[in-house]
Design a protein around this ligand. Structure first.
Ligand code: ATP
Ligand SMILES: Nc1nc2c(ncn2[C@@H]2O[C@H](COP(=O)(O)O)[C@@H](O)[C@H]2O)c(=O)[nH]1
Length: 205
C-alpha cells in the first residue's frame, strides 16, 4: 500500500484556536505529524520566531515565490499575503508523514482543488462573542484589526459547508481528541485504498 502521508487542512477563523489545538495534538502525538510553516508578509509579533511561526518575507519575495510556482496555495488576508511553500509539504508527504496546514479558507479551497484526497477540518468557535474575546485576550492585534478579522470570520464560517468535518473548539483537549479521532477514521477511508488497487489491477491486465 502507498505510504504517502495525509494532508490535513485545519481552517477556521483567526483566533478560534487552530494553533492552540494543533499544539495540543502534537504534544500528545509527537512523532506522528508534521507542521507546514507558512510564509507571510505580515509583521512579526513579539515572541514569534522566523522559520518556526512563519517565514517572514517582503511583498516582493512573496510575489517572486508565487511567480516561480513555489506556493501550494496563497491568499490575501487583512492586507497581507499568507501561503504554503510547496517543497516542504511534498517532501514530508513523500516521506510518509501526515502534514498539518493551518490556513484560512480561500487557501484551503485551492488545496481542495489540487489535493482532493486531503482531509479538510473546520475549527469553529462556540459563538462569535467568544471568538472576539479570544482575539482581544490574545493581545496581538489592535481593535481595528480585530474588527477586520471578525468581519472576515463571518464570511469564513459561511464556507464551512465545503469542509469534511466541523469541530467546535470549546475545550482545547476535547477539540484535540475529536480531531485525532477524525484522523484515525480517515486513514481507513476506501478512497485511500482504491488508487493502489486500481494500479495493481491495471498491471495485471
Ligand atoms: N478552547 C479555548 N478556550 C479559550 N481560549 C482559547 C481556546 N483555544 C484557544 N484559546 C485562546 O484563543 C487565542 C487564539 O488562539 P490561537 O492563536 O491558537 O488561534 P488561531 O486560530 O491559531 O489564530 P490565527 O489564525 O490568528 O493564527 C489564544 O489566546 C488562545 O490561548
Ligand atoms: N491561506 C493561508 N492562510 C494562512 C496561512 N498561514 C496562516 N494563515 C491564516 O492567516 C490568518 C491570519 O493569521 P495570523 O497569524 O496573522 O493571525 C489565519 O486565519 C491563519 O490561519 C497560509 O499559509 N495560507
Amino acid at each position: 500500500m502507498s505510504k504517502r502521508g495525509m494532508l490535513i487542512v485545519l481552517s477556521g477563523p483567526s483566533g478560534v484556536g487552530k494553533g492552540t489545538v494543533r499544539k495540543a495534538i502534537f504534544e500528545q502525538d509527537n512523532n506522528k505529524f508534521d507542521y507546514s510553516v507558512s510564509m507571510t508578509t505580515r509583521k512579526m509579533r513579539p515572541g514569534e520566531v522566523d522559520g518556526k511561526d512563519y517565514y517572514f518575507v517582503s511583498k516582493e519575495e512573496f510575489e517572486h515565490e508565487i511567480a516561480t510556482g513555489g506556493m501550494l496555495e496563497y491568499a490575501q488576508y487583512v492586507d497581507n499575503y499568507y501561503g504554503t511553500p510547496l517543497k516542504y509539504v511534498n517532501q514530508m508527504l513523500d516521506d510518509g508523514k501526515d502534514v498539518f496546514l493551518e490556513i484560512e479558507v480561500k487557501g484551503a479551497m485551492q488545496v481542495r482543488e489540487k489535493v482532493p484526497d486531503g482531509l479538510f477540518i473546520f475549527l469553529t468557535p462556540p459563538d462569535l462573542m467568544e471568538l472576539r474575546q479570544r482575539l482581544v485576550n490574545r493581545g496581538t492585534d489592535d481593535l481595528d484589526v480585530i474588527n477586520m478579522r471578525m468581519q472576515t470570520a463571518v464570511e469564513e464560517i459561511e464556507m464551512m459547508q465545503n469542509y469534511d468535518y466541523a469541530v467546535v473548539n470549546d475545550e482545547v483537549s476535547e477539540a484535540a481528541e475529536k480531531i485525532k479521532t477524525i484522523i484515525r477514521a480517515e486513514r481507513w477511508r476506501v478512497k485511500r485504498f482504491l488508487p493502489d488497487y486500481k494500479k495493481q489491477l491495471g498491471e495485471l491486465k
